[in-house]
Design a protein around this ligand. Sequence first.
Ligand SMILES: Cc1ncc(COP(=O)(O)O)c(C=O)c1O
Length: 400
Amino acid sequence: MSPVTEAPLALKFTERSNRIEPSATMAAVAEADKLRQAGVDVVDWTVGEPHFSTPQHIKDAAISAIQNNFTRYTAVGGTPELKAAIVKRHAQDFGSRYKPEEAMASVGGKHVLFNAVQVLVDHGDEVILPVPYWVSFKDIVRYAGGTCVLLETDETKGFRVTAEMVARRVSPRTKMIILNSPSNPSGAVMPPEDMSEVMRIAAQRGIWVMSDECYVYLNYTGREFSIGSEDQYRERMIVVGSLSKTYAMTGWRMGYALAPAPVVAAMQKLQSQSTSNPTSIVQKAAVAALNGSQQCVAEMRSEYIRLRDHIVTGLRAIPGLTCTYPEGAFYVYPNVSGYFGRGGIHSPADFARRLLNDGHVATVPGEGFGTTEHIRISYATAQKELDRGLEKLRGFVGSL
Ligand SMILES: Cc1ncc(COP(=O)(O)O)c(C=O)c1O
């Protein structure tokens, strides 16, 4: 027999996977890593995660879960104990009235968003997405076959999303509106009145509202609010929560949904054919986080407020740079268009690239979040790193 010589297989991936792009944030993190590995001292302002360690009582619960052999499959959407803890925490903090069958747990908030969009958004459906948006929303919608209808907001009005603006974007094809307050990347917080009004308009027209409340406990306005407390609109709403930022648990992967029972059932069906349950041990840790003292959350929140004020003051003192005052999450979204036309810089991507390579500060350019004049800075880091970064940034813009 003559040896078979085969041409190398051309790698061809599915049309649906070709619709999505890698995350802009991950790309920025990788660039910074490359430079760091080459021995450069880089200040990393890219990472969207708490710099705190997971609180001890949460870690202890996970350790004890392992020691007690709580290591088997659980119900797909989480144990009854976890569902009860999710519902109880939300009721205590926001006065909501969800039942356990209206709650489920997934492998991070991102997984919840993915499940919800997959079961509700079909080919040809439109999803209204306020700009600036968190990078993954767009790709999650595209993967489902939907089209994002971008809702431009006004920076001078703090990127505010109003019901009136949403109403103008509604079409017969609108299936869903995505809200994210506090917002990644802008840190903008929607006043409860605006959120309720958007909800009212959506409910009237039979449109779903998916409210990403991953930063709901990092709201610095003193008016912490979840749309889940608006009982009258519950039939059309999916509240997405996450333990990642609240309890400094990004690597543990735990998020939850509060939604009408049939939606939860559909999401659980989908999850049963992908990841199955979130890790059993993490579920025990989540119960400890949700049922335990919330003092750790309050402490982290006050530190973020202090860091926010520190960096905003520092940034506003830099000539040519402007920034809105973020009211939540742990990001600042400064406008760098004042430097366009200098040193070959014409876009946020140019600015971020030069700032990394020449100034050794890593940030995420705004293009990934849908805007053309901003960079995103995460201030979830030690104050020393903010000061070092501010000094390098000042030096860099001074050299332009
Ligand atoms: C707005 C927003 N939603 C959801 C997530 C996902 O968080 P996780 O999957 O870690 O719960 C993030 C993480 O950065 C986020 O910024």
